[in-house]
Design a protein around this ligand. Structure first.
Ligand code: BGC
Length: 435
């Protein structure tokens, strides 16, 4: 629970800007481009965080990297809240973005390395639940702080320092990852932690497996290693799932939900209410996924969710394919909710679970950085192009494109995704390298 707080912070940090936007616009006297920049600079920071977090966590430990991210969140919250110059504000937000990019990758792999195999899916998904909670908390907190006066935006951004400091302090009581300890020659400590998790017999079997996994390696972990032929299949799965998680448009829907509802003709106020319902749906269905992921397995959830997304997006495509006065707003709302629900039981949590599981111990740090960076890049491109797409391709065509991608995602889930449920990380490693 402590480590998954990282998910809460990064969700909060990404969403909080939405409420501050109108006020920073008038305070710093921003034009359109500067305004866009004040929102998207976070993703740039996140990409930087993505690229360095994996290798740094191999070297200095998962726990230490998470501690640094908690500090980045705190520093970014306080300094963006105090900013009096736009340039300073941007730097402060980028600093938070680096925290986002680090925590989003390292929290899941830390949890996966700690968790007993039969509960791993559930525990890693806890991080996704916290991301969704963090996003909702930011919306609520923005709403409550809206009317506290001229400095409201400073408070909106600044309150994040509180959970960040809690995260920072609490991280000191979590143990180090046993797999990381082992890779740094600290076998005794690794055993003590594994014993605390599952008892002596569990620790013995785990250690034997971890030992075998590291003994097979003759060279040190490096970027080149990741691209070795024997890891080809694993890297392909990682990159493909990272691609499909974003290319079906989840963040276009998360960030532009009110715009979509307005295009359906529902009015601005109703559109904002509907956006809140989107957040709640995301939350409820993530909870359902947590419940099912270790029982039904990752692959089944992905298939069900991808099928649901394909249907929902196609219905949206058809719904928007008519003059605005004929669009059925109820069908649009139901389809968007059905889409978000389908994402929340599949690609949302399952991607993070699979990414934390499929990479062998030796290359996990480097590999997670590459794949995480790619995931952010696709997200960035989709959200960047989305407003343009709405005007030039139209909402109907845009949703059909997303729907087509969801269908390809379904085929990918059916034919390529391996099932990792209930297996130890080392068992998964053996099976996937053979492929
Ligand atoms: C994705 C984010 C997305 C969030 C929405 C996460 O798994 O990586 O890009 O905003 O889910 O719930």
């Amino acid at each position: 629970m402590i480590v998954a707080l990282g998910g809460f912070l990064l969700g909060f940090d990404s969403a909080v800007i939405s409420g501050a936007v109108p006020f920073i616009k008038s305070y710093f006297l921003l034009n359109e481009i500067q305004l866009g920049w004040s929102v998207s600079c976070l993703i740039l920071g996140a990409m930087l965080g993505n690229s360095v977090a994996g290798p740094l966590s191999d070297r200095y430990g998962r726990k230490n990297v998470l501690i640094v991210t908690s500090l980045l969140f705190a520093v970014s919250a306080v300094s963006s809240a105090l900013a009096t110059q736009f340039g300073f504000f941007i730097v402060a937000r980028i600093v938070g973005g680096i925290g986002v990019g680090g925590a989003i990758l390292i929290a899941p792999i830390y949890i996966a390395e700690m968790a007993p195999a039969e509960k791993r899916g559930q525990l890693v998904s806890f991080n996704q639940l916290n991301i969704v909670l963090g996003i909702s908390a930011a919306y609520f907190s923005n709403y409550f702080l809206l009317e506290i006066g001229d400095n409201n935006w400073r408070w909106m951004l600044g309150v994040e320092a509180i959970p960040a400091i809690i995260y920072f302090s609490a991280l000191f009581i979590v143990p180090r990852s046993p797999r990381w300890l082992y890779s740094h020659g600290n076998k005794l400590q690794a055993r003590i932690i594994l014993e605390k998790i599952g008892g002596a017999a569990y620790a013995k079997t785990c250690l034997a497996e971890i030992q075998e996994s590291f003994d097979k390696q003759t060279t040190k972990a490096s970027l080149n290693q990741v691209f070795k032929r024997k890891y080809g299949f694993i890297l392909l799965i990682g990159l493909t799932i990272a691609f499909f998680q974003q290319i079906t448009g989840i963040n276009a829907v998360m960030y532009y939900a009110p715009t979509i509802f307005e295009q359906a003709g529902g009015g601005t106020k109703a559109a904002f209410m509907q956006a809140v319902v989107v957040g709640l749906t995301n939350l409820v269905f993530t909870l359902i996924a947590i419940n099912l992921i270790d029982r039904l397995g990752r692959k089944s959830l992905l298939m069900v969710g991808a099928a649901g997304m394909t249907v929902a997006l196609s219905v949206l495509g058809f719904s928007f394919n008519k003059p605005i006065e004929d669009i059925n707003t109820v069908i649009v709302l139901i389809s968007v909710l059905f889409y978000v629900a389908s994402f929340a039981i599949s690609f949302g949590p399952v991607m993070w679970v699979l990414l934390s599981e499929i990479f062998p111990n030796m290359i996990r740090g480097f590999a997670i950085s590459i794949v995480g960076f790619f995931n952010s890049l696709v997200s960035f491109s989709v959200t960047l192009v989305f407003p343009w797409e709405l005007t030039h391709v139209g909402p109907s065509g845009t949703f059909f494109i997303f729907g087509g991608m969801a269908f390809l995602g379904l085929l990918f889930a059916m034919f390529l995704v391996p099932e990792t449920k209930g297996k130890s990380l080392e068992q998964i490693e053996k099976e996937l390298i053979r492929k």
